[in-house]
Design a protein around this ligand. Structure first.
Ligand code: AMP
Ligand code: MG
Length: 327
């Protein structure tokens, strides 16, 4: 029997809140300790611990559903990573009463392909490089149903808002029902997320990655010059950027293609949760040519190149200028 969406959202909000507490515990205790994956990207104790925590709760709550997380248990099974496994267990103590190695392998899982039907898509720590250096990072969980994102939750433990006393924001949305946020430490208090109504690109505040390898910073500067925009870009790691746009603290974000990887295609877990949250907050997200994102093509957005996200009002001008600078 299909579950109502609200029980999924309730689950998502609760588990991402817990995952953020786990992320901060790991960050303070182990800093960025971890290993490099085959593609040389970093993976930390936090990535595995959060994916295991969410996997364990998801298997209990929705046993029929698939979890497609960024991390793979296969790397942990290699003998030389037994110390890493011990640290993951240590991190999870206080969150899960007891566990064996094979529990962790099962909860982390081996990913899988989104089929028709439901799949939960997870980036346990988006912005791992930000996490390692004590900057912005995000826990991103989304529900994909028949290739469409129907729900998303984003936890940003290091994100601040001027209306919030402490640090840490949780944002969520389910399709057709609006987007909301609350402070990570607040349990019940929620506020609507709404994009800014700025309609002048020259006045807009832009967010972009702080990692040269993930974007094209020189082209971004060219874009701003063409737009007559003299505002300093807000450079930050992770999907925290999209919460900034959804919350009206920034008007747009760009993920231009790095000249070193011009054919890079975004992973679904890097965009799923943020896309529904931004759209429900009144914003718009497409690729750099203005094409809608297609989450039904597999593990990556194979039909899309780069990302442009905005408060919607600025979108046509954004895409026009992007085309102009790339022609
Ligand atoms: P950010 O925190 O905005 O720098 O982006 C972090 C994300 O960039 C990670 O989730 C990676 O999956 C993704 N990423 C890794 N390599 C690239 C690349 N060459 N181009 C664009 N994104 C990348
Ligand atoms: Mg990521």
């Amino acid at each position: 029997m299909p579950h109502t969406l609200s029980s999924e959202l309730e689950f998502g909000i609760e588990i991402v809140r817990k995952a953020c507490a786990l992320g901060e515990k790991v960050r303070l205790k182990f800093q960025g300790a971890g290993v490099a994956k085959a593609d040389k990207s970093p993976v930390t104790i936090g990535d595995y611990a959060i994916q295991a925590l969410i996997g364990s709760e998801l298997h209990k709550k929705f046993p029929q559903d698939t979890l497609i997380g960024e991390e793979r248990a296969s790397l942990l099974k290699e003998g030389e990573h037994s110390a890493l496994l011990a640290d993951i267990k240590d991190a999870l103590s206080g969150f899960i009463p007891s566990m064996s190695n094979s529990d962790i392998f099962k909860w982390v899982g081996e990913g899988g392909m989104p089929q028709t039907g439901r799949a939960w898509v997870l980036d346990p720590i988006d912005g791992t490089k930000g996490f390692i250096r004590g900057g912005q990072y995000a826990v991103a969980l989304a529900l994909l149903e028949n290739g469409k994102v129907t729900m998303g939750v984003l936890g940003c433990p290091k994100l601040k808002d001027e209306s919030l006393e402490g640090t840490g924001m949780l944002a969520w949305a389910s399709r057709g029902q609006g987007a909301f946020w609350s402070g990570l430490a607040e349990n019940a208090f929620k506020r609507p997320l709404k994009v800014s109504d700025c309609s002048a690109l020259a006045e807009a505040r832009m967010c972009c990655s702080e990692d040269e390898a993930h974007t094209d910073l020189s082209k971004i500067h060219q874009f701003l010059q063409e737009a007559g925009n003299q505002k300093k870009p807000i450079e930050m790691s992770s999907l925290a950027k999209i919460v900034m746009v959804a919350n009206g603290r920034s008007e747009f974000l760009l993920r231009l293609l790095s000249p070193k990887k011009p054919d890079y295609r975004e992973w679904i877990w890097d965009q799923a949760a943020g896309s529904v949250i931004l759209e429900e907050a009144g914003g718009m997200i497409t690729d750099l040519s203005g094409k809608p994102l297609d989450f039904g093509k597999g593990l990556r957005l194979f039909d899309n190149l780069g990302i442009a996200a905005s408060n919607k009002k600025l979108h046509p001008e954004l895409i026009r200028l992007l085309k102009q600078i790339s022609s």
